[in-house]
Design a binder for this molecule. Structure first.
Ligand code: NAD
Length: 280
C-alpha cells in the first residue's frame, strides 16, 4: 500500500473541490498523503476533506483561497504550516472555461450578413482575460507561493493540469486553449528553472471528461444521444468514450513519486488516444 513512499507527504490541490482534483486527492490519501483541498468554495472543500478523512483515515483539510490572489494563498500557506507543515506536492487544478470567452460559431462563414457577435469579433476582452488568467496565472501564482516550501526542503513536485487543447486548439474556446498552451510552456520553463533545486515540474493533459458543467453540451437532454459536439469528441477519441477522473490518478501517482525521479518538464496526455489521432 505505501510502497510509493508517499506516506505523510503534504499535498495542496487547487480546485480541490472539483471533479478531477477531488478524485486526485482521494488517490493521494489512499497512499497516506495528507491532503489540503484548496478552493474558492470553502464549504465544498471542507466536505471533500471530511469525506477523505472518513474514507482513508488520512488527515485532510479544506482551505479557502483564490489562485489569483497571492495574499489569500499566503494566508492559506500559513494555515497549512500550522496544521500540517511545509508542502511537498502541489497540484494546480483550478481552471476551466466560461461562455464569456467562447465564440458562438466554430468557423466564420465569410458572408456579408454574418452576425459578427457570434465570431472572434464578438469575444469580450474581460471574459478572455478571466479565462486566460484563471488557467495560466492561476497556475503560476500558487507555484510561486507553495514551491517556496519545496525549494527550501530541496524536494518537491508540482503537477499542472493541462488539456487536449494545449496541443491543438479546440474550436470556440480561444482563451482556454491559449491558456493551456501557456501552461505547457510554463511547465517546461519552471522545470528547467528548478532543475537543480530538487523540485520537479510536470503536467497531465486529460482527455475529455463528461462533467455536470458540460453534460448539456455533450448529451441531448431529450433523446439522451450524443450532441454533434459530443459525437465529434467520441469519434476523435480512438477508445470511443469519455475519460473518468479516476483514470488520471495512475499518472498522478507516477509523477508525484520517486518512480519518476528523473522526469521533469513533461506533459503526459491521458486521453484514450485523442492527441495521437489524425481522424483518418
Ligand atoms: P471543476 O469545475 O469540477 O473544478 C474546478 C474547481 O476550481 C471548482 O471547485 C472551483 O470552485 C475551483 N476554482 C475556480 N476558480 C478558482 C479560484 N480562482 N481559486 C481557487 N479555486 C477555484 O473542474 P474540473 O473539470 O475538475 O477541472 C479541473 C482542471 O482540469 C481544470 O484546470 C480544467 O481546465 C482541467 N481539465 C478539465 C477537463 C474536463 O473535461 N473536465 C478536461 C481537461 C482538463
Amino acid at each position: 500500500m505505501n510502497d510509493l513512499n508517499l506516506k505523510d507527504k503534504i499535498a495542496v490541490l487547487t480546485g480541490g473541490a472539483g471533479i478531477i482534483c477531488s478524485a486526485m486527492a482521494r488517490s493521494l490519501a489512499a497512499y497516506g498523503v495528507k491532503t489540503v483541498i484548496l478552493d474558492l468554495n470553502k464549504d465544498a472543500a471542507t466536505d471533500v476533506a471530511k469525506q477523505i478523512e472518513k474514507e482513508f483515515n488520512t488527515p485532510s483539510i479544506g482551505v479557502y483561497a483564490s489562485v489569483l490572489d497571492k495574499a489569500s494563498l499566503e494566508s492559506a500557506r500559513k494555515d497549512i504550516h500550522e496544521k500540517f507543515g511545509p508542502v511537498d506536492i502541489l497540484v494546480n487544478g483550478a481552471g476551466g472555461n466560461s461562455p464569456a470567452a467562447t465564440t458562438g460559431v466554430e468557423k466564420m462563414n465569410g458572408t456579408e450578413d454574418e452576425n459578427l457577435e457570434e465570431t472572434f469579433f464578438g469575444l469580450q476582452i474581460e471574459g478572455f482575460d478571466r479565462v486566460f488568467d484563471l488557467n495560466f496565472k492561476g497556475t503560476l501564482i500558487p507555484s510561486m507561493v507553495f514551491a517556496n516550501d519545496m525549494v527550501r526542503k530541496k524536494s518537491g513536485v508540482i503537477i499542472n493540469i493541462s488539456s487536449m487543447n494545449s496541443y491543438r486548439p479546440l474550436t470556440k474556446i480561444a482563451a482556454y486553449s491559449a491558456a493551456k498552451a501557456a501552461v505547457n510552456n510554463f511547465t517546461q520553463w519552471l522545470a528547467v528553472h528548478f532543475s537543480k533545486t530538487g523540485v520537479r515540474v510536470n503536467a497531465i493533459a486529460p482527455g475529455f471528461l463528461m462533467t455536470n458543467q458540460n453534460r448539456f453540451l455533450l448529451i441531448d437532454e431529450k433523446t439522451g444521444d450524443h450532441t454533434p459536439r459530443g459525437m465529434k469528441i467520441i469519434n476523435g477519441t480512438p477508445m470511443e468514450r469519455y475519460c473518468i477522473p479516476e483514470e488520471l490518478t495512475g499518472t498522478l501517482l507516477y509523477l508525484v513519486s520517486d518512480l519518476s525521479k528523473f522526469v521533469t518538464g513533461v506533459v503526459i496526455p491521458v486521453d484514450g488516444g485523442f492527441s495521437a489521432y489524425g481522424g483518418v
